[in-house]
Design a protein around this ligand. Structure first.
Ligand code: UT7
Length: 317
């Protein structure tokens, strides 16, 4: 049994905020943000928009692409750290908004920027063990709600959004998820952490980050996970058609390309348009090129986030 990707979807908030606009209220500049990160703009959720509404939009978009009805879905796994409520899970809110009337399991996964990859691995395991047939895998975050808008070192980096894919269990196919390996190491939890949480401060807190340490770790783990993926699957860089890394900083991605000798045209880059949307960056990037993806071949996904968490996946689309 393979989990085949049959749908891609995405949703961004209506409001786009450029670097120039941010520099009117903060001691920063388009020059600094663009040259240090590659970010030109980000989308920020307005009052009526949140992780559940964006996820639902992305899910409907993915279902449309897959030509499937919400009732066909029997599993929703949503990677997020900015859910609408402490409980219920935002995945349950999506299930409700989609109007699913058939048996369906829905839950959230907390792995920060690696949330989509974790959700993918879990959904793939459910399908392979016949616990689900058709899964919505969503990565969604509204980091604008947990940013300290006076901290220029962190607030310029993030934006809001949601991306979704539909996984369908199929036998006798070459396509689908070939490999997914996720990791975590809590030793590094302080490097990228919010200032609070339910059982400590009773508030979500704000994002804090030791940027340089996170940067170095991301470059190292992207390379390590990618090399492991190639060796575990007896592949070389030439066998890879597209690489979709988590979009945190263009310089992280460029360093990865350099160390892996990866041609630039095999890299999918969306950080300029979307900024870092945490768990949403990978599925939102896939959604950007969805009409050229089918039959694409070997697609590699690379993630790294707070925890630290990280991992890599290989999908034949
Ligand atoms: O999704 C996973 C989570 N995030 C990441 O992976 C991010 C990883 N880290 C990074 O992308 C980079 O470390 C940053 C973009 C966050 C920072 O880049 P950097 O080249 O490491 O800069 P820095 O933090 O060392 O700061 C350099 C200077 C400092 O000024 P001084 O001390 O040299 O005078 C900062 O105060 O840039 C200053 N600075 C800014 N200046 C203008 C920091 N933020 C800004 C800003 N605008 N927004």
């Amino acid at each position: 049994m393979k989990s085949v990707v049959v749908g891609f979807g995405g949703a961004l908030p209506k409001r786009c905020v450029t670097n120039e606009e941010l520099s009117l209220q903060l001691d920063t500049s388009d020059e600094w943000i663009s040259s240090r990160t590659g970010i030109k703009q980000r989308f920020i959720a307005q009052e009526e928009e949140n992780t559940a509404t964006l996820s639902t939009k992305a899910a409907l978009d993915a279902l449309k692409f897959a030509e499937m009805h919400p009732d066909d879905i029997d599993l929703i796994v949503l990677g997020t750290t900015t859910g609408n409520y402490t409980f219920p899970a935002t995945a349950c809110l999506v299930q409700k908004e989609l109007g699913i009337n058939t048996p369906c399991i829905a839950f959230d996964v907390s792995a920060a920027c690696s949330g989509f990859l974790y959700a993918l691995d879990i959904a793939d395991s459910f399908i392979k063990s016949n616990k689900a047939n058709n899964a919505l895998v969503i990565g969604a975050d509204c980091f604008s709600k947990i940013l300290n808008w006076n901290d220029r070192a962190s607030c310029v980096l993030f934006g809001d959004g949601a991306g979704a894919i539909v996984l369908k269990g199929e036998k006798n196919t070459e396509k689908g998820v070939q490999y997914c390996k996720i990791h975590s190491d809590g030793k590094f939890s302080d490097y990228l952490i919010t200032t609070g949480g339910v059982s400590t401060t009773q508030q979500a807190g704000f994002v804090t980050m030791q940027g340089r340490e996170v940067f170095k770790f991301a470059v190292e783990k992207f390379r390590e996970s990618f090399e492991q993926l190639l060796s575990d699957n007896s592949l070389t860089i030439d066998d890879i058609d597209l690489v979709v890394p988590h979009q945190a900083n263009i310089r992280i991605i460029s360093m990865l390309a350099e160390v892996m000798k990866l041609p630039k045209d095999k890299l999918l880059i969306t950080i300029d348009k979307h900024s870092n949307t945490s768990a949403a960056t990978i599925p939102l990037a896939l959604n950007e090129v969805k009409n050229t993806l089918v039959g694409k071949g070997n697609v590699v996904l690379l993630a790294m986030g707070a925890g630290f968490t990280w991992g890599a996946a290989l999908i034949k689309i």
